[in-house]
Ligand binder design. Structure first.
Ligand code: SF4
Length: 50
């Protein structure tokens, strides 16, 4: 596992990259979709279930 991404707070504890409740240890993340209209439209595509 890499060290947590600076500035990314994520509470998706069911993701394999999630650490200590709100840190992301992925190398980088991809957030989609391209033409979202609200924050609710967006998702982290890097999510991987535990
Ligand atoms: S990969 Fe995405 S969903 Fe998983 S911990 Fe990082 S930001 Fe959260």
């Amino acid at each position: 596992m890499d060290k947590p991404l600076e500035g990314v707070k994520c509470i998706v504890s069911s993701c394999v990259y999630n650490m200590d409740g709100n840190k992301c240890t992925a190398k980088s993340i991809l957030v989609e979709p391209k033409h979202a209209h609200t924050s609710d439209d967006t998702d982290c595509s890097t999510f991987k279930p535990k």
